[in-house]
Write a protein of this length. Structure first.
Length: 458
């Protein structure tokens, strides 16, 4: 389950389990080994052990997209979609299914950690979801920024590329839990996949990243009769479970602390921080599932009188960058064997830089309109936002753009127009760039910006 707030983090929880256990031997991961590939798990769109309760619930597997250029529309994409060719092409990348890819290794290790509790697991769900599934079912406010086309990727007015794995929660709940026929045990679901958001351009942000989401529900028959005691039981189970996972990954003696947080569909809510490599790191968001969410999804009988549960969400890139010393999020998308061959069974699984090519910074300055309207100007050009430039830079230069940063901004006292200056840093991870190709990229970026958006280049 993904939390959404005003903060923008790679983890995703910043934007926007008991009876029936069987004895299972699970390998532990100490600080020196840092997540070797435990057991290979095959990819599947449906759970390995589907529940008979929701056998009629449709769980859509990933649609096939075979155009490597990304120019062909996705199935269901309509005129007016704000998907770019680069984003379309990423929908078929399948990083979580590539053998020995660091993200796949991490996902498999976390899935394996929950194997003794028999959680249902999904890692190939279709990233195209309904707007209602992505926002409304999760109590996202109508005016939340993530609903804007400037923040998310819409195929049509009713569908988009998921902003978080929690968008599948309703279907997974329907499939695996029916409060009218309590299973007499906990029901847990893990889902992992690629999620999509327009975002800044730097070493830790990318418009596509990967989240792992979890939901665990308990029958009231398994909980204390007193509501407060039942809630405390769920909280303790959540924190004990996640502390065990964190210590498995970050080391048995890793200090952990819990920070009170707010998320719209859990209450109470917490962020977990781990002290690792000399600093406190926020590693995930979590909380007790909000009763209103359960009732809204499946009716009043699904409220706290029937069940309670917990949820958490984490960003796989965020964990992998820390664990494997990967300094740039773009590296997860490279096909360079100098990177990929550093990961796998019986390998150190710690990134060793294989090159350092020089950066090529270029500045881009322009005036923007003083109008706050989201409608096109009289010239037909669209209003400018910072995400506009981030998206254009990525679409123009791909992974050759390393960083886009606003280095100067001021408002003209008479005209009310805003002047902005961005520094675009180009750098390849595999070779030195020439001045000619960087100048060509910068010219294309300037032309795209001035022709489509309401700006005046300086």
């Amino acid at each position: 389950m993904l939390m959404m707030s005003s903060r923008r983090l790679v983890s995703g929880w910043g934007r926007t389990g008991r009876g029936g256990m069987r004895e299972t031997t699970t390998s532990s991961v100490g600080p020196s080994s840092l997540l070797p590939l435990l057991l290979p798990l095959r990819s599947f769109a449906q759970s390995e052990t589907p529940s008979a309760v929701g056998a009629k619930t449709e769980i859509k597997a990933r649609r096939k997209y075979t155009d490597p250029t990304g120019k062909s529309p996705l199935e269901g994409e309509e005129e007016g979609s704000n998907l770019t060719a680069g984003i379309r092409a990423k929908t078929s990348a399948g990083l979580l299914h590539r053998p020995n890819h660091p993200l796949a290794m991490l996902k498999d290790s976390i899935f394996q950690h929950f194997a003794p509790r028999q959680f249902h697991t999904y890692d190939d769900l279709d990233p195209v979801v309904k707007v209602s599934e992505n926002f409304d079912d999760l109590l996202t406010p109508p005016d939340h920024p993530s609903r804007r086309p400037d923040e998310s990727y819409f195929l049509s007015p009713s569908s988009l590329l998921r902003c978080h794995m929690t968008a599948h929660q309703r279907l997974l709940l329907d499939r695996h839990y029916d409060p009218r026929r309590p299973p007499g045990r906990e029901v847990g679901v893990l889902s992992a996949g690629d999620v999509y958001r327009r975002d800044t351009v730097d070493a830790t942000h990318y418009p596509v990243f990967h989240q792992l989401d979890a939901l665990c529900l308990f029958d009231r028959s398994l909980l204390p009769d007193d509501p407060a005691a039942a809630l405390l039981f769920v909280e303790n189970d959540l924190k004990t479970t996640l502390e065990g996972l964190a210590r498995k990954v970050f080391g048995e003696n890793a200090p952990i602390r819990w920070i009170d947080a707010y998320f719209p569909f859990t209450h109470p809510s917490w962020e977990m921080e781990v002290f690792f490599n000399g600093q406190w790191l926020e590693v995930l968001g979590s909380g007790c599932v909000h009763t209103k969410l359960l009732e809204r999804v499946n009716g009043p009988e699904y409220g706290e009188k029937k069940t309670q549960g917990w949820a958490f969400g984490l960003g796989l890139e965020r964990w992998a960058m820390v664990l494997y010393d990967i300094p740039d999020i773009r590296l997860f998308w490279t096909d360079n064997p100098k990177f990929l061959d550093q990961f796998g069974p019986n390998k150190p699984n710690r990134f060793s830089p294989y090159s350092k090519f020089p950066p090529c910074p270029k500045d881009l300055a322009f005036w923007t309109s003083s109008s706050s309207s989201s409608s096109p100007s009289s010239s037909g050009r669209l209003p400018f936002t910072d995400n506009t430039l981030f998206e254009l830079a990525r679409e123009t230069a791909g992974d050759l753009v390393e960083n886009v940063e606003c280095i100067d901004e001021f408002v003209h006292p008479k005209t009310g127009r805003t002047s902005k200056c961005f520094r675009i840093t180009y750098r390849s991870m595999d070779r030195s760039l020439t001045n000619e190709e960087v100048n060509s990229l910068q010219t294309r970026l300037r032309d795209s910006l001035s022709s489509s958006y309401d700006v005046e280049l300086r």
